[in-house]
Design a protein around this ligand. Structure first.
Ligand SMILES: C[S@@+](CC[C@H](N)C(=O)[O-])C[C@H]1O[C@@H](n2cnc3c(N)ncnc32)[C@H](O)[C@@H]1O
Length: 274
């Protein structure tokens, strides 16, 4: 896992600039916005990676009083350190290099307003640890605080032997095991940990296909090079590509809500009730 994310860390910065990733994170921010309406939130981000650059950060950073990130990969954290350098200097953010499974029990009860695990982080952790992790998140949240758990989704009818798969984002980088979760399973995990489930949302049917994401990355690179060389037509095409990404993400989102099991991401939000 650590070697995988150290290997893919550079590629993760594509979230800063790729039109498809940006459109998807904009949708993601819209979904989570109601849970980030208050200000000065004390937030713990488990598996924080590069510190969430992009629309998610733009939407939530102004709402965050203090950000604590924890991650296993030193290279992902190095990027987070650069991205959050102002916040870290100002005492508004801190980063920890640790395994979240060991880190969570070291934190005090009733401390955070939000605990987030974004972009499938908990799908990378061994399933046997999930009940413990979710109940630790519940313990460290303040009353009425929210836990945001974004998992890699699974259709309930998917055969057992393909429920777990090896993720290889980039050639030459070690794979990492990924586990998948149904909405029913996530509801049970949250309720067993005494969370009240406030949201289950599906996102990203098409993005589940690496080819689609790669297509947008490739096209954008080609068009940006042409723009640099002064091609006017390329600017228009780039704008069309951006719009197309947004359309796909929106159509995708609507489709997922009718049947939560079809999305690639499953976003489960639970509230700590008093
Ligand atoms: C898919 S990336 C998501 C990163 C970030 N949350 C985002 O939204 O861009 C998953 C991250 O979880 C981290 N991770 C996986 N297992 C972990 C563990 N047991 N403890 C801490 N971090 C972990 C990986 O190193 C990686 O940076």
């Amino acid at each position: 896992m650590r070697r995988h994310y150290n290997g893919v860390s550079r590629n993760h910065m594509v979230y800063h600039t790729n039109v498809y990733a940006v459109a998807e994170d904009r949708k993601y921010s819209e979904i989570l916005q109601p849970f980030f309406a208050e200000g000065r939130l004390n937030v713990l981000d488990i598996g924080c990676g590069h510190g969430l650059p992009g629309p998610l950060s733009n939407a939530f950073m102004p709402r965050i009083g203090h950000y604590t990130g924890v991650d296993l990969s030193s290279r992902m954290l190095a990027q987070a350190r650069r991205f959050l350098s102002k916040e870290i200097k100002g005492g508004k953010a801190e980063l920890h290099h640790a395994d979240l499974v060991e880190f969570l029990p070291t934190l005090a009860d009733d401390t955070y307003d939000r605990v987030t695990a974004i972009h499938g982080t908990l799908s990378l952790v061994d399933r046997s640890n999930i009940p413990k992790i979710i109940s630790q998140c519940h313990r460290i949240l303040r009353a009425n605080g929210y836990g945001v758990f974004d998992m890699i989704n699974r259709r309930p009818d998917m055969p057992r032997h393909i429920r777990n798969y090896e993720n290889r984002c980039i050639k030459g980088v070690p794979t990492t095991p990924v586990d998948t979760y149904t909405p029913q399973e996530m509801r049970r995990y949250l309720e067993d940990a005494s969370f009240e489930v406030e949201l289950m949302a599906g996102l990203n049917v098409i993005g589940a296909s690496k080819e689609v994401e790669d297509y947008f990355v490739r096209q954008q690179k080609v068009l940006e090079n042409k723009v640099k060389k002064g091609s006017k037509g390329a600017s228009e095409k780039l704008e069309r590509l951006r719009k197309r990404a947004e359309e796909i993400v929106n159509i995708d989102f609507e489709a997922c809500q009718d049947d939560l099991s079809v999305g690639h991401s499953l976003i489960a939000v639970g509230r700590k009730i008093t």
